[in-house]
Design a protein around this ligand. Structure first.
Ligand SMILES: NC(=O)c1ccc[n+]([C@@H]2O[C@H](COP(=O)([O-])OP(=O)(O)OC[C@H]3O[C@@H](n4cnc5c(N)ncnc54)[C@H](OP(=O)(O)O)[C@@H]3O)[C@@H](O)[C@H]2O)c1
Length: 456
């Protein structure tokens, strides 16, 4: 057991040597998946964390609407309440841990906690991506911290890596697999050669996808996370509405098969890149070479790659979600607060890494101006002259073709025609597809997947 002595006199820590002389009172909002993991971790590893910080992380109170469900945790000495105010206003609470999720009432609760002079730790990426600018301002005005390591890629410590370990670098690009649900679905579609809807249903049954999977499969969750990483990396305010977002609903098992045949994997990537013409901020399915590191990240795993001007590319890989991995990241923020308290440091690291006065909006590069290689798949009539019609349109848009693949004659009306282009401008590709779609010989909307050949 820990001998906890409460004192505001830091000098006592020297007098008493190794004994704990300070504690942080912690209140948890939301006793769901991450809340349960956080509570378990705070109770189970309290001694080792105190040995590492010299401060007791003292779980005082948990608030949830549901006081009946047994979460399998011995809460002796911890108050369980359905009164949010007891956490937000409690004199014995130094840190509020927000694990409710969503925009409201989470936003109001966090704001109230900050205004009450409590530090806040959250795993809520939606909240930070959309309301983080205002909440960080409120935190600064109140002289407290708002920390959110768990909001990006669960156990993967990429926020800390960007804010601290890589702080000497000019960050050139960040890309990665930031959503385990999408990565699981794309992996299973490839391994089992199964269609999207079948794999999604299976993922929902296994608990890897929500009953309403919209945020995950439409790329919104990935965009929340990329928004946070890009702001920290490039010194801009959080700008969720500037991110181009495409999800994985349009990916078919046919595309996955073609990607395999051509030596690629399809991944939902978040890409944030600094260019001379502004920042690229985009989420979309991407073909990556099958022997690249990013291609090897499978199932529910996440990976983030960060390229700094001095560090070169570093990679952060691990579990992006789940009770235990996410709890580890939540409590890591509590440990930072504990160490700050111990050293009497305040705001040692700015919320978005840059001091507020140096956060500047930067121009965003329009998607139409972005260049990459493209995989294009058309369903076309199986007769002479079709290829010539399509390639003429591509030629007129100055798009040069790298490979053309067409399966042999088919008994059905249409056959797939797959074209891989050399680097081309998105604007020209879109104009081509709009024209090709109108051809009589083309029977469905063309499929487009961007190809990134130069990623690690
Ligand atoms: N799950 C993960 O692996 C993971 C990973 C990274 C980040 N996150 C983030 O962590 C946060 C929590 O996620 P989660 O998966 O733990 O969610 P969850 O399992 O749904 O837990 C949320 C809990 O908060 C409770 N709650 C909702 N509104 C409340 C209110 N007004 N007052 C008190 N309690 C309230 C919910 O009760 P009811 O169920 O009765 O509504 C539920 O018990 C989210 O922001 C999520 O994006 C989750």
């Amino acid at each position: 057991m820990l001998a906890v002595i409460f004192s505001h006199h830091e000098s006592l820590s020297f007098f008493y040597g190794s004994r704990i002389v300070k504690s942080l009172g912690i209140g948890v909002l939301g006793f769901g998946t991450v809340g349960t993991g956080t509570v378990k971790l705070l109770l189970e590893n309290s001694e080792l964390m105190a040995q590492r910080t010299g401060v007791a992380l003292n779980l005082v109170r948990i608030c949830d609407k549901d006081l009946q469900t047994d979460r399998g945790v011995d809460l002796t000495g911890v108050e369980l309440t359905d009164s949010v105010d007891k956490v937000l206003d409690g004199d014995d609470i130094d840190v509020v841990v927000e694990l409710i999720g969503g925009y409201e009432p989470a936003r109001s609760f966090v704001e109230q906690a900050l205004k009450n002079g409590k530090h806040v730790v959250t795993a809520n990426k939606a909240l930070i991506a959309l309301h983080g600018n205002d909440l960080l301002k409120t935190a600064a005005e109140a002289g407290v911290q708002l920390l959110f390591e768990a909001s990006v890629a669960g156990a993967v410590p990429v926020v800390k890596a960007l804010r601290e370990s890589l702080a000497a670098n000019r960050i050139e690009e960040i890309y990665g697999i930031l959503n385990g649900t999408c990565n699981y679905i794309l992996t299973q579609m490839r391994v089992n050669q199964a269609p999207f809807n079948e794999v999604l249903a299976d993922a929902q049954k296994k608990g890897y996808a929500e009953a309403d999977p919209t945020f995950d499969i439409d790329g919104i969750d990935t965009a929340h996370k990329l928004t946070i990483l890009a702001a920290i990396a490039f010194g801009t305010p959080l700008a969720f509405d500037q991110v181009h977002v495409e999800g994985i609903r349009s990916i078919t098992d046919v595309d996955i098969l073609w990607a395999n045949r051509m030596g690629y994997r399809i991944k939902l990537l978040g890409i944030a890149r600094r260019t001379e013409d502004g920042l690229e901020l985009r989420i979309h399915p991407t073909m990556v070479p099958e022997n690249s590191m990013v291609a090897s990240v499978e199932d529910v795993f996440n990976a983030v790659f960060v390229k700094g001007d001095y560090s070169g590319t570093t990679m952060y890989h691990g579990r992006g979600a789940g009770e235990k991995p996410t709890a580890g990241a939540v409590v890591a923020d509590l440990i930072d607060l504990a160490r700050d308290a111990k050293s009497k440091s305040k705001g040692r690291v700015a919320g978005l890494s840059y001091l507020d006065k140096h956060l500047k909006e930067k121009p965003i590069r329009a998607l139409n101006d972005v260049e990459s290689q493209y995989y294009l798949r058309f369903s076309v009539e199986d007769r002479p002259g079709v290829l010539a019609e399509i390639t003429a349109i591509l030629r007129d848009q100055r798009i040069s073709i790298k490979t053309v693949n067409q399966d042999g004659r088919s008994s059905t009306d249409s056959v797939p025609l797959v074209i891989m282009t050399h680097r081309a401008k998105e604007e020209n590709i879109r104009a081509s597809l709009a024209a090709i779609e109108k051809l009589d010989v083309v029977s469905e909307k063309p499929h487009l997947i961007r190809i990134e050949n130069s990623l690690s």
